[in-house]
Structures are given as C-alpha cells and as structure tokens.
Design a protein. Structure first.
Lengths: 316, 314
C-alpha cells in the first residue's frame, strides 16, 4: 500500500502548475494546453483517486470527531440516538464557572506568547550562525540543540521536573514557561536553519561589502527575508506550546494549568471524571481558540510557500 | 567554552596582539558574531544538560524499596527495568505503536504534499483543512474519538445501519484508538514539514530534468527524492518522536493497562503516583535510549543520500 500511495503522488510532479510557476508561459498559449509532452493527465490516473479517497477518509474522521464533540457539548441527554434530545448551552456556562476557564485561558496565552518571544529572540541568531558559519565544536553544538527536539518530552521532562521541584518552582507559571522553552528554542533553530540556508548568501555579502555592519545586515537585509520563516516558526511553536501536554503536566499545578492539562485533569479526575459534556465544551473552547489563531495566521502566510516566496522576491 | 574564547578575542588582549590573535581566530571561524550563540547555549545548558545529567545521576540512587525487591546495589533501577516484565514489556508495546504510525504518516503525506503543490482552486482552503488537526491537540482528539467512534458513536451507528457489521466495532480503548489519534495528530504535522521541504526545491531543476526527457518516475527517483531526502529524514524523526512519546491518548483512548501501556505511561506512574523519582528517571532515560537507536538508523540512511543545497537559492 505504501508504494502505491507513493507513486500516486508523482504523475503530477510537474504538472500544469509547474511551468507557470518558474517559467512564464509563452504569450498566447492557453493554460489548459500547456501540458508538456509525456506528461500524464491529472484526473485519469487511478492512483490519484486512491490519494483522494484516503484524504476523504481522513476528513470524514476529522469532521466526525469535531462535529460529535460540538454536538455533545450542546446536547442535553444524548445516549443511543443519532442526535441529542434537546440542545442547550448550559454546559458551557457550567464549565466556565466550575473550572475557572477565564483564568486558564489567560494562563495559556501568557505561557504561549512568552515562549514564542523568547524562543524566537534566542533561536534565530543561533540558527543564523549554524546556517552560515563554520566554527570549532559546531557539530557538538548542533547536536546539543537537536537533542531536546529528538528526545521524547518525558525523557528530559521527568529529570527537569524533579529539578524544578527541588528549586521550589514546582506548580508555578515560571516553571511552565521554562519547561516549554526547552523544546521550543531548538525547534526554532531547527526550522530556521534550513530556511536561512535557502537565502542567497551573496545578498549579505553585497551588503557587507557596501559597508553595512552586522547589525545593519541583520535588520535591513535579513529581517525582511526572514519574516515569513519567523512567522511560520512562531505558529508552530504556538501550536506546540498550547498543545504541549507532557511537559506542562509534569510541573503545573491548579493555578498554572494550561487548557490541555485542565481538560486532561477533568477527563481523568478521580471518580470517573467530570460529565462528558463538560469536558466536551472545554474541548470546543480549546479548539476554537486554536483555530482562530491558526486561521488568522494562515491568512498572512502560506506555510508551504515560505521558501518559494524568498525565491520570487529576488527574481531578477 | 566558545563564549570565553570570544571575549578573549574581542576585548581583553592588548591592541597590538589583538589584531593577530583576532585574525587567527577569525580564520578558524571564531569572532564576535559567535556571541549570538551564547543565549541559546545558556538555555540549553541550564534547562537541558544540567537536569539531564542530574537525572542520570538520580538513576544510580535507587530507592530502598527497589533495592530490596531487585537487588543490584547502585544499578538496582536498571535491574528492575530489565527484569520486571511489567516495565520491560512497555518497550515493545511502544515500538509496536510508534513505528507503524510514523512510517504511515510520512509515506502518506508525500503524495498529498505533491497533490497540494500545484495550483488549483481551493488550494489554500484544502491546505488549511489538512493542517487544522494540529490545533486539535491530543486531548480533544481523544474526546472526539471516544464520542465519534465509541460503541454508541456515529461511526458504529452508520456501519450497522448500512449492514456492514452486526455488532459495534471496538475502535477505541484499544490499540487502534491510539493509532487513529496518532494519525490524526501526526499526519498533518508530517504533511506540513514535507510540503515546506518540497517547496524549497527549485522547480527549474525538475523542469530541466523534464526537458531532458525524464519521465515522472525518473524525475521522482533521481531528482526529487535525493533533494527531498534531508527533509524526509527530519520529518520521519520528528513524526516518530511524536508517536513514540504518546502519553495522553494512550491513557484516554487506549487500554492503559494492556495493549497501550507505553513507556511514558510507566515513567509517569513512577513519577506522579509512586513518587519514585529515581525509577521514573530510569524509565525516562531508557526511553530516550530506545528512541535514539531508531533515530541513529534514520540518520545513517540520510548520510548515504545527497547533501547540500536543495536549489532554492535559484
């Protein structure tokens, strides 16, 4: 099955979109007729349908999961029928009051924003050096930055949490922020390094030869080129931090729980957990928060075109 | 260490010898700009290296209970880890879950990334939809799976209604529940990474191959795949890490005491429920070791492939 899926992607490897993207089509040539000889048609291939079928199954699961949680959070008794008997919003107000959702959301946002700002400020300069320069111990340092991303969070999370408790930071907001920085900084470095490598170094060389200092090269030349990459990295860090369960769970307490941890605690609380609908409504609030952030972010950048944009912008 | 060399090079030496020393160091790549690395290094040392070494030290300080039960003196924790089949089996249970899921996620996202690379109407919408599940988080996915694919859920209801099955299928609270939840959260992640790497490949390279008469199979095998290999390796590793460290969904949609008793659950049990920090650290570090072996294999494969620019510089 794997190979079948694999090959199915390739027929269109450079299909209609391709020629227009890099080489402007000759004037007068129509889009539909722009197929290169030997190119397969996109729709005819059965393997293409296979991919679409797989994606359809994925979306059915996805939509089913989303809709059933939303319905559940709105439903008053829902047991063995297609839909609940009545709809009401009381689960939301119950959850909001019972769990102090406003506080939890504020904590989540504070943690996420602090982690993003710190990890970008610390990570991008390091990524720049790793992408551009050769220096002693470079391999060791790269490995050091890679390790936290490569290791399961629990592996370093448990020793880290033990240290946090030893320092008396357990269950505080500071501890939550600090543990979340551990995978985030390397993550920024790891996503930004290939991104910086793609930027033509002669641009910087030219600026430097024209007498620009390191700081000017950074602010005037690199920053504009790096913005899409930084935004993408920030979004990924945001998503990872808000969704980060393991590390936060190990050090957080009642006053520093982020939204995911609060939901997990509600689901597994002693005595069979809270009512399913309460958890569902919390989960809906979580998802809505995340989706709003992500959709807003995706309006400004397209994660799949990050590198292409750099290329286009220096088309001469 | 590098930071001390830098300060030496920039400030402390007398002016005359500074020039030559600085020059010599600069030739080897050491100059003031390396200071940009310092903040990241400080964070890495304070928040990763120190706790990690502390944790390793902790594994050699077994609690009296463990020492009594398993013997082995300083190494009692390790003896307990390997001899206690309840603990040791979790290694196999974790691998059985993480490897197939990671491989599936990467292989499935390659064709999808290719499909979504070209221009068509609604591309941005479709991309957003594929990426969206990242935002769901494991906990919501678990809750949704429990409701949607549970015994009373819509999925079973539908399957029974169309007569495909008589009895509700157990999709959740077992191995498959965790697999579903890992695919839903891991596939979009793999897709996002692979399509970023794919768009980093200069299309004109492929166009050149096409002009020279390579068919799609040759282009994929000889041009795209080698250029994509570094990205593919990174993606596989990250996807595997994601699946390997599964924790909440193993508890929530899995069978926490049976087929999905993964290593992170065992580590957390020791940490949070038994308050046996040395044993918890031992399980955690063994978990890291098992995973590093898999990663090392991927890196070995990667080093046998093409290295260098992917042509995005144009």
């Amino acid at each position: 099955m794997a190979t079948q899926t694999l090959s199915s992607g390739t027929p269109q490897a450079g299909s209609p979109g391709g020629p227009e993207m890099d080489v402007p089509p000759p004037p007068g040539k129509k889009r539909s007729g722009a197929r290169v000889p030997g190119e397969r048609s996109l729709a005819a291939s059965p393997s293409t349908w296979f991919v679409w079928a797989g994606m359809a199954a994925f979306f059915i699961f996805l939509i089913g999961i989303l809709v059933s949680v939303v319905v559940d959070s709105l439903g008053k008794p829902w047991f063995d029928t297609w839909l609940p008997e009545n709809f009401a919003t009381s689960w939301y107000s119950d959850a909001w009051n019972q769990f102090g959702m406003a506080h939890i959301i504020v904590v989540t946002l504070i943690v996420a924003l602090t982690v993003i700002v710190v990890s970008v400020l610390v990570g991008v300069p390091a990524a720049y050096l790793l992408a551009r320069r050769k220096f002693p111990l470079k391999r060791t340092i790269t490995l050091l930055f890679l390790l936290p991303v490569l290791m399961p969070p629990i592996t370093y999370g448990i020793p880290l949490a033990t240290v946090m408790y030893n320092f008396g930071l357990g269950r505080t907001l500071t501890a939550v922020i600090l543990v979340n920085l551990v995978p985030s900084i390397p993550f920024v470095i790891m996503t930004m390094t290939p991104f910086i490598e793609q930027i033509n170094p002669t641009i910087e060389d030219a600026a430097r030869m024209s007498g620009a200092s390191m700081r000017r090269v950074f602010t005037k030349i690199l920053m504009p080129l790096l913005i899409p990459g930084i935004l993408a990295a920030s979004i990924l860090v945001l998503v990872r931090t808000v969704g980060m369960f393991e590390l936060t769970f190990l050090v957080s307490g009642p006053s520093s729980d982020t939204l995911v941890v609060a939901i997990y605690r509600a689901m597994t609380a002693a005595g069979g957990g809270e009512a399913r609908q309460l958890v569902s409504s919390m989960a809906v609030v979580y998802t809505l928060t995340m989706m709003v952030i992500l959709v807003v972010a995706l309006r400004f950048i397209s994660p799949t075109q990050l590198v292409a944009r750099v290329k286009e912008s220096r088309e001469d | 260490m590098s930071s001390s060399t830098v300060t030496e090079a920039t400030s402390t030496s007398p002016p005359k010898s500074t020039a030559s020393l600085r020059h010599r160091l600069a030739e080897r790549g050491v100059d003031a700009s390396l200071l940009m690395l310092v903040p990241a290094l400080v964070f890495a040392l304070a928040l990763f290296v120190y706790p990690f070494s502390y944790g390793i030290g902790l594994t050699f300080q077994p609690s009296p209970a463990i020492q009594q039960a398993w013997g082995g003196g300083l190494f009692a924790n390790y003896v307990a880890f390997f001899k206690d089949s309840f603990t040791f089996d979790s290694v196999w249970l974790t691998m059985r879950l993480a490897l197939p899921v990671a491989i599936f996620n990467v292989l499935a996202s390659i064709p999808v990334a290719f499909k979504l690379r070209q221009r068509f109407r609604g591309k941005k919408l479709l991309t957003t939809l594929v990426v969206l599940p990242i935002t769901l988080g494991t906990v919501l996915t678990a809750q949704g799976l429990l409701i949607f694919a549970g015994r009373q859920g819509w999925l079973n209801r539908f399957l029974i209604q169309i007569g495909l099955v008589d009895q509700p299928i157990a999709f959740v609270n077992n191995y498959w529940g965790v697999v579903f939840s890992l695919v839903i959260s891991g596939f979009p992640f793999a897709f996002l990474l692979i399509s970023s790497y794919l768009s980093g490949i200069d299309p004109s390279i492929e166009a050149a191959a096409r002009v020279m008469g390579a068919n799609w199979h040759q282009r994929f095998r000889r041009v795209i795949l080698p250029l994509l290999a570094p990205g593919l390796a990174t993606t596989s590793i990250l996807t595997f890490v994601l699946a390997f460290s599964v924790f909440p969904s193993a508890r929530l949609v899995g069978d926490a005491m049976g087929s999905t008793r993964v290593m992170s659950l065992m580590a957390f049990r020791a940490f949070g429920e038994q308050n046996d920090y040395p044993m918890a650290s031992t399980i955690a570090i063994m978990m890291g070791l098992v995973e590093l072996v898999v990663i090392a294999l991927v890196l070995v494969w990667r080093s046998s492939m093409y290295k260098g620019s992917t042509g995005g510089k144009g």
